[in-house]
Design a protein around this ligand. Structure first.
Ligand SMILES: [Zn+2]
Ligand SMILES: [Zn+2]
Ligand SMILES: [Zn+2]
Length: 129
């Protein structure tokens, strides 16, 4: 579900009190509260922090694919018990696993994910520092 600047949920408040050179947007969306974002970075900011946010728990999943996995694994009431399947992080890959750990090994071995990758992102979303 893509949103663009001015779509519902965003109040479109622009901060014109600064000089035109650094005009920007004061982002009001969770988890930003009055975070000032330069206008040229605003689109990236929305993509990175708000476009793929879970509507159920507010966590930021960064990409559409992570958001879909998150919804399936965390919020699908039919996906609990022994039927649980962890699908590969890669959208084009059909592999599924019985444990998150198996999936992590697969991602590292088959898709060259770095060991330092934040694999818990599917459960936790992106952590804001
Ligand atoms: Zn923001
Ligand atoms: Zn969620
Ligand atoms: Zn895979």
């Amino acid at each position: 579900m893509k949103r663009s600047i001015g779509a519902s949920g965003y109040d479109g408040r622009l901060d014109f009190t600064r000089k035109t050179a650094d005009v920007g947007v004061t982002c009001q969306e969770h988890p930003c509260v009055n975070v000032y974002v330069p206008i040229e970075l605003y689109q990236c900011h929305v993509q990175q922090y708000h476009d793929n946010r879970c509507v159920q728990c507010g966590k930021n999943l960064v990409t559409e694919n992570f958001l879909r996995l998150h919804l399936e694994e965390m919020h699908n009431p039919f996906n609990s018990g022994d039927g649980i399947r962890y699908r590969c992080f890669e959208e084009q890959c059909d592999e599924a696993f019985y444990s998150h750990q198996e999936r992590v090994s697969h991602a590292v071995k088959s898709h060259q994910y770095p060991e330092s990758f934040d694999f818990d992102i599917v459960q936790n979303g992106q952590l804001f520092s």
